[in-house]
Each structure stands twice: as structure tokens, then as C-alpha cells.
Write a protein of this length. Structure first.
Length: 211
């Protein structure tokens, strides 16, 4: 799938149809979601929050701390990577081996030019403020890891952690942020959906940074 198609409503409808055709037990075994038979939906942790995915209603609702359901405006990238994860994820344990996008099959050619992973806004915000980047990560449920000059890892989905690594600049090179993924990530998401997931995660990190 090309990135031009990721915000196409027909693509979203296609994945809703796929999810509706699957047995709930299969989905839960593969994804670590929990099925709610009363609502006929899947409870799935995404970032530090919980969401109810309702295939029949084609809705994703946030579950508040008091367990009430709440509608919120969700970016199409969020909806897409959640649906693709529920449909395609495999029953695989994490390896806890971090790899870059260039280590993914096809990644070195895919993640270039307009498909470069979206981290520039975070570089502008936190290139000279490593602790600020870490605090933003913690607001999405992340925790510090020992990579680069400052880094954090967070669980986007139960089987899909990501890490943001900041490298401070010097007189020769500007600060930069790189991404790391568990080596199993492509078992759950294809490259274009990984791109969408990173774009949405970065967007949320920027959002929680605003006063």
C-alpha cells in the first residue's frame, strides 16, 4: 500500500471488513486484546490508554479511567494502524532486540525522501533539550532506556514497542532523533503502517509538549 492511500476511506473500510470476518478468540490470541462480548468489541491498550474497537459499529472509543466510553477525534493514521494490528499481528513474543528502520526488510529503500520517519518536529523541539524529550515520552507511558544521549521506549501496542533516541549535536552536525523497533515489528505491521504509526506517535508527543 502506498502512503497516498493510507487516508483513503475505502482502505479503512477494507480493514474494518477484514476485522469483522475474524473470530474474536483468534484476534485476542494474536494481539493480546480482550474481547467484550456485551459490546461485541475489543479492548486494546494503545500508548498509555485503553480503547474499545467496535467492528459492527466501525468505531474506536476511548475507555476512561471510570470505564465509561468516550468518543474522541482520532487521526486516520491511528485508526489504520490499530485496525491493521488487530487483523495482521502474529502470536509472537518480543525479542527485546532493538533494530532501526534500515534493518527492516525493504526498510532502507522505503524510509527515504517523503517516506522518511517523521521526527523533524521533535528534533526542532528537543534537539537541545534531551530531558524535555524524555518527559514528553513519559507522558505517553514511556520509560528511559540507555541509548544515545537520551532515549525512551514506549509501548504503542501490546506487541509493538518503539524507541526514540536523541543524539545531541555538535559544531559539525545538528541534533538528530532516530527510531528503534523490536525485531518482530514486521510480523505485525507492514512498512507503510509502521510509517503511519511513527507519524501518529510523533504527533502525540508534540501534542503533549504543548502548554
Amino acid at each position: 500500500m502506498s502512503l497516498a492511500k493510507t487516508e483513503n476511506p475505502d482502505v479503512e473500510a477494507f480493514h474494518w471488513d477484514r476485522l469483522s470476518s475474524l473470530h474474536p478468540t483468534d484476534v485476542c490470541n494474536r494481539t493480546e486484546a480482550i474481547y467484550n462480548p456485551t459490546r461485541e468489541g475489543f479492548v486494546l491498550p494503545v500508548y498509555h490508554l485503553r480503547y474499545m474497537i467496535l467492528p459492527k459499529e466501525r468505531k474506536i472509543l476511548r475507555i476512561r479511567p471510570d470505564d465509561q466510553l468516550e468518543e474522541e477525534s482520532l487521526h486516520p493514521f491511528f485508526v489504520l494502524f490499530v485496525l491493521v494490528y488487530l487483523v495482521e499481528a502474529k502470536d509472537l513474543k518480543l525479542t527485546y532486540t532493538w533494530i532501526s528502520e534500515k534493518d527492516l526488510k525493504g526498510g532502507s529503500t522505503f524510509f527515504r525522501g517523503p517516506h522518511r520517519l517523521q521526527v523533524e518536529e521533535l528534533e526542532a523541539l528537543y534537539g537541545n533539550n534531551p530531558q524535555g524529550l524524555l518527559e514528553a515520552g513519559r507522558r505517553l507511558g514511556g520509560s528511559e532506556i540507555l541509548y544515545g544521549d537520551k532515549a525512551f521506549a514506549l509501548s504503542v501496542l501490546p506487541r509493538v514497542p518503539v524507541a526514540y533516541v536523541l543524539w545531541k549535536g555538535d559544531p559539525e552536525f545538528p541534533p538528530r532523533i532516530s527510531m528503534l523497533f523490536d525485531s518482530t515489528v514486521q510480523a505485525h505491521l507492514p512498512l507503510d503502517i509502521i510509517w503511519c504509526m511513527v507519524a501518529e506517535t510523533t504527533r502525540r508527543l508534540v501534542e503533549v509538549s504543548r502548554p
